[in-house]
Design a binder for this molecule. Structure first.
Ligand code: GAR
Length: 197
């Protein structure tokens, strides 16, 4: 019998990584390191009401809860509401896919949480990593998946992949290469994270 793994996905915007994860894992039996897993994406939570990802989740038939952080007085009350909703889903892993909020220590201590970040951490933490990485002039660039703690983009690295940037690449081409690498690395990192739980 494959081990059942339940996942919640949190996002704030476009939701392309969320879509990729749903398409890769939802209701699929997947083998990893000679073990078998059966994945279920229990639901998504979005904190921005105009996020395109809400439409993607709907089209994929995955429940998506809208929890706008602006509706809450402070970070603690938002995080408490989020914690309550995710506890209801009874998931093994919380996957951040472009979820642009720092989470409190209490929230981070309540779940196993992973995040994808579009730079070779610890370089270019924060919300503008692609532009900062592009403008840096670094020859080697890439993406990281890491465990989440209360520090911004700060937990232990699960997987990183890099590529050599082409000097002639525009920001648009550079961003496309970063996103393509994200779609490759996040599913791999999820399997690696699950195997360690
Ligand atoms: C992705 O590039 C992800 O790495 C980044 O937001 C984008 C979301 O795109 N996350 C961060 O910068 C986290 N600090 P998507 O909504 O299309 O998946």
């Amino acid at each position: 019998m494959p081990r059942k793994i339940k996942i919640a996905i949190l996002f704030s915007g476009n939701g392309s990584n969320m879509q990729n994860i749903i398409e890769t894992f939802h209701q699929k039996k997947i083998a990893h390191e000679s073990k078998e897993y059966f994945f279920e994406i229990k639901g998504c939570v979005c904190n921005q009401k105009d996020a395109f990802g809400i439409t993607r989740a709907k089209n994929l038939g995955i429940p998506c809860l809208l929890l706008p952080h602006q509706d809450f007085a402070d970070r603690i009350s938002f995080d408490l509401a989020l914690e309550k909703e995710i506890k209801k889903m009874e998931v093994d892993l919380v996957v951040l896919a472009g979820f642009m909020r720092i989470l409190s220590k209490k929230f981070c201590d309540s779940f196993k949480i992973i995040n994808i970040h579009p730079s070779l951490l610890p370089k270019y933490k924060g919300a503008n990593a692609i532009i900062e990485s592009f403008e840096s002039g670094d020859r080697e660039v890439g993406v990281s998946v890491h465990w989440v703690n209360e520090e911004l983009d700060g937990g232990a690295i699960i997987l990183q992949k890099s590529f050599l940037r082409m000097p002639e690449d525009s920001l648009e081409v550079f961003s496309q290469k970063i996103h393509a690498l994200e779609y490759e690395i996040y599913p791999e990192a999820i399997k690696k994270a699950i195997a360690s739980l």
